[in-house]
Design a protein around this ligand. Structure first.
Ligand code: NAD
Length: 272
């Protein structure tokens, strides 16, 4: 590590993804942990993060003050809640720090509110930071473009029983890719949360179903159901570390880039 090694702050460090991110940054020789932010009143506040995680000291004291943590940082990785991410976007813009957003569950209005901050810093947001899912997104677009609307598209996702939002950010990302390939707007064709007497399926719609249970890390199927045949594209995540590694790659990729908004397709160089 050198003096130019970027310092990275982990927002929501005590969360499921936060702990993975702290570990991923500490294990990397290309980044250093510059701060770990937890909620006000959390019992990690004032403790060394390594000790709080039950391991050796990491030399970084957990704080509930993101402003203080970001004063020393070149990047912030944020897997928290939409409300927190909107606050952090402003701080990242002020600090000119690369803001990697893994948080999901934004409304369209909240996504719009991220735009002003991205005029001052590099913002990288993806509903899923894994290489496999981003490849799946590309494949979904290719298949959707090759098939006509006679093929019904359904996105089925499964996650652990603590997940707050549905459909998952990844499911929506896959739906967006399919909608874009068909030249339609997802919000106008999405069927979410069917229940009761729904009537026949509308041709051209994209359906979403969510399964919640146990400790499922994340599974996504994109089903193209035609007459007499079916194509199923599937991704299964078995280890959350794939998202943390992707986020770390993103925050390093963003160093020295001009302000603007990007996603993992840009980071991974998968093209469009
Ligand atoms: P989690 O609830 O375990 O962790 C979130 C953490 O953020 C919590 O510890 C919470 O206290 C903390 N937090 C929230 N607001 C805060 C604030 N103002 N200050 C400090 N800490 C704050 O949830 P999780 O499973 O880690 O997921 C977090 C988010 O990341 C969710 O939106 C989830 O869908 C998303 N996610 C994205 C990907 C991806 O690849 N993009 C992968 C996994 C999870």
């Amino acid at each position: 590590m050198t003096e130019t090694t970027p310092g990275i702050v982990i927002m929501g460090a005590a969360g499921r993804m936060g702990r993975m991110l702290v570990q991923a940054v500490c294990d990397s020789d290309q980044a250093r942990l510059a701060g770990a932010v937890v909620r006000e009143g959390h019992d990690w506040v004032g403790q060394d993060v390594g000790h709080a995680m039950g391991g050796p000291a990491m030399g970084v004291i957990a704080t509930s003050d993101p402003l203080e943590a970001m004063a020393r940082a070149q990047g912030v990785i944020d897997f928290t809640t939409p409300e927190t991410t909107l606050e952090i976007a402003h701080l990242a813009a002020q600090a000119r720090a690369v803001h990697v957003i893994g948080t999901t569950g934004f409304t369209d209005a909240q996504i719009e509110k991220l735009v002003p901050a991205s005029r001052h810093c590099t913002q990288i947001r993806a509903g899923n930071m894994s290489l496999g899912v981003n490849l799946l997104t590309g494949l979904t677009g290719m298949v959707a473009a090759a098939l006509d609307e006679g093929w019904d598209i359904e996105v089925v996702e499964a996650h652990h029983n603590q997940k707050a939002d549905a459909p998952s950010g990844t499911a929506l990302m896959l739906g967006e890719a399919a909608a874009k390939a068909r030249g339609v707007t997802l919000s106008q064709v999405a069927d979410r949360g069917r229940d009761g007497i729904t009537g026949a399926r509308t041709e051209g719609h994209i359906g979403f179903s969510a399964i919640r249970g146990g400790d499922i890390v994340g599974e996504h199927d994109v089903i193209f159901a035609g007459k007499g045949e079916r194509i199923v594209l599937r991704h299964m995540a078995t280890d959350r570390m794939i998202f943390a590694r992707g986020a770390l790659r993103a925050v390093l990729w963003g160093q020295g880039r001009p302000p603007g908004q990007h996603d993992m397709i840009d980071v991974l160089g998968l093209g469009r």
